[in-house]
Each structure stands twice: as structure tokens, then as C-alpha cells.
Design a protein around this ligand. Sequence first.
Ligand code: PGA
Length: 225
Amino acid sequence: MSKLIVANWKSHKNVQTAAEWLAAFKPKAAVTAGLTVAIAPPFPLLAQVQQALKSLTNVELAIQDISPFPPGAYTGAVSTENLTGFDVKYALVGHSERRRYLAETNQDVANKVELALSAGITPIVCVDKDYIRSQAASIKEEFLTQVIVAYEPLEAIGSGLEEPIETVTKIVAEIHKVFGEVRVIYGGSVSAGNIAQYLAETDGALVATHSLDATDFMAVLTAAG
Ligand code: PGA
């Protein structure tokens, strides 16, 4: 299976800067042929990114979050119904920033997993090394193997600190013990300079800082290919 590289724009960009990024993002077909690339823009830019991605092969749409509730009276929450027609392939759930700043709980994550799957969206469950078992605990057994897991050590996120590859190998094995045979990707200061070593031990990468500039992100993809 091809490696999955997800660009997480977090709360960066607007209509203008997203348009500039999309105009500059011209990865070589030979590069994307060996990869699955997904872009996770902020929600207001979803339609714009979706439109631009139509002309690219192997580049898909992802979202940074999804409502833990079904469609209904939940002001401000983006439900699976709101996403119909966008052809969203992946949803990040339980990112450490959401757990930390937006009080996302393990039960929220479990609800999001279930709702995403029911809409045909593959959840990418973010976990940190010391909490894998507890962060997975609320997810129903039958759904555990239907997710992708992102191993994201807190100290490596946005810091430039490189997680030692031996630790990544060890944590990937622990994730398999808890989740079963799932795809595991790595996130935390992934760049063109280090992605190859992480991909040797995982099924892909979650890239934020080095996805914000289109040229930088294309260099990451070239190094990954
Ligand atoms: P980073 O963030 O690439 O800026 O380290 C990774 C993430 O938070 O997904």
C-alpha cells in the first residue's frame, strides 16, 4: 500500500494565501504516483481546496476535525452531513492541540471515529506515546482496526525536535498491540530532511509546519517518493 502523507494546515491561511499555495503546488505525477497525499485545510477553505485538487492525481481531501455529534442542533460543529459532496477521505481526530486547547476527550474521539466511518471517511486517530491504551479505550473494538493511527509525540510537534527513530519503531509496535493491524503514520517536525527515515518505519507522515509553503511541501513529497 502506498505511503500516506497528510498536510495539516491547522488554523493557517485564508482564501488569498490558499489560492497562492494551490497555484504553486504542482507535484510531479511521478512523485504522487507512489504516494497518497491528503491536504487538511481549515473548514472555510474546504471547497476551494477540493476544487483545485480535482486536477491532481493521488491528492485527496482531509479535514482537521469532525463533530462528535450527529447532524442536528450543535451550533458551530461540522457534521458528516455538512461534508456530503466534498469527497473527504480522511478526518484527523484527537489531535493533541484539540485535546489540550479544546478539551477534546477520549469519548469525543470515539464518537468522531464512529461518525466518520459511518460517512465513509477514514479517521486518523492521533495518539501520544504514554497514553496509547487510554486514548484508544473509548473506541469500540469493532472500529479499532478501521482507523489509521498517527503517532504524534507532543515534544516533537512544531518544535523541530526529531523523535529518535528507535522510539518510533517501539511505539509503532505498541500501537499495533492496542489497535491491531492498522496503518500507522508519524507526525512531529517531519521535513524533507527526515521523512525518509520515518517512512522506513511507518505507513506515512503527518506534516504541518513543512506543509505551509507549497515548495517546501513538494520537497517533502519528493524526499518521500
Ligand atoms: P509539525 O506538526 O509538522 O509542525 O511538527 C505536526 C502536527 O501537529 O500534526
